[in-house]
Design a protein around this ligand. Structure first.
Ligand code: SAM
Ligand code: SF4
Length: 337
């Protein structure tokens, strides 16, 4: 083991999110344009390189690894990467998990469970097949629901992440909550962030007027339920409320209206080996060069340490005054959300 990663604000960095591909089989309107240009394949780290980098992070104290994308399960041979990383479970790594759109879960769920994945986050914003198609452009809701069922059958705990979109899925709020309760799924709502393609809406892209503050969503829930703030924490940005009437716990991720930066324990690695120290800042460190410089890991570890020493205090997203300040040109599929 190397010394733990501690940033200038005394936060211990023990959570790494890794985007293993920028490619995806969906084209969610809030995430990418329909005619998205993907990175040249030659720029991508190989799975072996990704494994070497992630192993260095585990050596340096990362205890939780979340695999994301793009859509992680569309990367060829991705199971070999999961298998490789699972060797660290119980040896530094506490949890290996992923965030997926669920399109490939039906065939991958059992393999994921077999290598030690215990939980999976599935992104799903609506239970209406036509609306699902409109949001994701290419997605098939029935297939995703079969994927969720396969994950549950394999013994994986499934959490649904739903992006809150005014005028799109706000009418389904109570249906989503009831469905999650009936299917024994955890449910977290995410406030939409000003990432990637902020179109004018004419081609179905994300519009500023789709921003639905979770405070409003909670107020809507309070019309039918008594919400009690829960002390439950997962070390992430989510805050939890319990619906007293049902006992159901809901998560809320409000990056724009609630600042969670002070407890941030994470960094993000892209599929090209760029390390982003903050989702809302442009600063990043290139880890591909030290990685490809040779088989020695010391330069890689030094580059990681130098990057953590630059981790900023927080981000600058702000939707106030109907203007998007601090907007990022980077796509969510690049840094992995
Ligand atoms: N493809 C996988 C998926 O959709 O779960 C993993 C990558 S996706 C970029 C990770 C998460 O980011 C998803 O839950 C998605 O809903 C969320 N996301 C994408 N764009 C977003 C945005 N502009 N604001 C908030 N969440 C966003
Ligand atoms: Fe693909 Fe996930 Fe982005 Fe949707 S949110 S386009 S599923 S990467």
């Amino acid at each position: 083991m190397s010394a733990p990663l501690i940033d200038p604000f005394a936060r211990t960095i023990d959570y790494l999110r890794v985007s293993v591909t920028d490619r995806c089989d969906f084209r969610c309107t809030y995430c990418m344009s329909e005619h998205m240009t993907f990175l040249p394949k030659k720029d991508l780290l190989t799975l072996e390189e990704l494994e070497r980098l992630c192993t260095a992070f585990v050596r340096m104290g990362v205890r939780k690894l979340r695999i994301t994308g793009g859509e992680p399960l569309v990367r060829r041979n991705i199971m070999s990467f999961f298998e490789g990383m699972s060797q660290h479970l119980g040896h530094g790594l506490d949890e290996l998990t992923l965030t997926t759109n669920g399109s490939q879960l039906e065939r991958s769920a059992a393999d994921l469970a077999a290598v030690g994945v215990r939980r999976v986050n599935v992104s799903l914003d609506t239970l209406d097949a036509d609306r699902f198609r409109a949001i994701t452009r290419w997605g098939d809701l029935a297939k995703v629901r079969r994927g969720i069922a396969a994950a549950q059958a394999a013994g994986l705990r499934v959490k649904i992440n739903a992006v809150a979109l005014k005028g799109v899925n706000d009418g389904e709020l109570f249906d989503l909550v009831a469905w999650a309760a009936a299917e024994d799924l955890d449910l977290t709502f995410i406030e939409v962030m000003p990432m990637g393609d902020m179109g004018d809406g004419t081609d179905g892209t994300l519009r500023l007027d789709q921003y639905w503050p979770l405070a409003d969503l909670r107020a809507r829930l309070a019309e039918r339920f008594t919400l009690t703030e829960s002390a439950h924490r997962t070390g992430g940005p989510a805050r939890y409320f319990t619906l007293d009437e049902t006992g159901q716990r809901l998560g809320f991720i409000t990056p724009l209206t609630h600042n969670f930066c002070e407890s941030c324990n994470r960094v993000r690695l892209t599929c090209t080996g760029q390390l982003f120290m903050c989702l809302g800042q442009e600063d990043m460190a290139d880890l591909r060069a030290p990685l490809r410089a040779g088989i020695e890991d010391a330069p890689v570890e030094a580059a990681i340490r130098a990057a953590i020493a630059r981790k900023p205090k927080g981000h600058d997203f702000d939707y106030s005054r109907q203007r998007v300040a601090g907007q990022m040109s980077r796509h969510m599929s690049h840094t992995g959300g």
